[in-house]
Write a protein that binds this ligand. Structure first.
Ligand code: ZN
Ligand code: ZN
Length: 253
């Protein structure tokens, strides 16, 4: 399985792009500014998209993706997410005000269809088993466990302390890579509580429950604080292999 990190930053300004992953060239997970790394041919090859939640750093480039693909593909691309997320996209992005409604345009074959995939459900998408796992963020959010039958990875989405993610991952047969957020340094624990993100200390406390021992890749680090957050994660997780995730890298599982 090939996992392209198109974007994984907590913001822009330090050369990072915001969250978007591509799996095997066919599946897009989230559509933040990382989508900008794709060529037209890359975009045409996308078969399906799954989104973790509505926040713009994960969805803004659905708008530009639709615009670029409009008139170029002869099929509709399903966009999967929990029903609250899809309703949010309908109400606030594809509403004819902020952007044209590409779930209805072009009329004969819309670019996107919105397909509910709720926490706890699993579906075969672009040849992969994709399982949604509810997490704890300021808006309804879910992470994903993605399995090709031989190897699997999980992506937390945006979340703070929660038991459900770790319990759900323990129930899966394998986990070969874990992509998990740590948005802020320990010093900003108050902000983590307000915005419902992990800081290294909270992440380490939760991760003690994880029975798998995959390499851990830290995403969504606040711009300018990337090194400090990674160092704190390494110190807090001495028994884990911890890497900083950067936009533009490819993980081969
Ligand atoms: Zn968010
Ligand atoms: Zn985010």
């Amino acid at each position: 399985m090939e996992l392209d990190v198109l974007g994984c930053g907590g913001g822009i300004g330090t050369g990072e792009r915001t969250t978007a992953f591509r799996v095997n060239g066919r599946l897009l997970i989230d559509a933040g500014t990382g989508v900008e790394a794709l060529t037209l041919a890359d975009m045409e090859a996308i078969e399906a998209i799954v989104v973790t939640h509505t926040h713009l750093d994960h969805t803004a480039y659905l708008a530009y993706l639709a615009d670029s693909l409009h008139g170029r593909i002869q099929r509709t691309i399903p966009v999967y997410g929990r029903s609250e997320t899809l309703q949010g996209l309908r109400d606030h992005l594809f509403n004819g005000v902020l952007w044209p409604d590409f779930t209805r345009l072009p009329p004969e074959r819309p670019v996107f269809s919105l397909e509910p995939l709720e926490p706890g459900e699993s579906r075969t998408i672009a040849g992969l088993e994709v399982r949604a796992i509810g997490v704890n963020h300021v808006v309804p959010t879910q992470g994903y466990w993605v399995d090709d039958g031989e190897r699997a990875f999980a992506f937390s989405g945006d979340t703070t302390t929660n038991g459900g993610l770790w319990e759900a991952l323990n129930a899966r047969p394998r986990l070969d890579a874990l992509l998990v957020e740590a948005a802020f340094a320990d010093e900003d624990a108050g902000l983590c509580e307000l915005a419902r993100h992990y800081c290294p200390r909270l992440l380490a406390a939760d991760m003690a429950a994880l029975e798998h021992h995959p390499p851990v890749y830290i995403s969504h680090r606040k711009p300018g604080d990337e090194d400090r957050i990674l160092a704190e994660c390494r110190a807090a997780l001495p028994d884990r292999t911890v890497h900083g995730l950067s936009s533009g890298t490819r993980l081969t599982l």
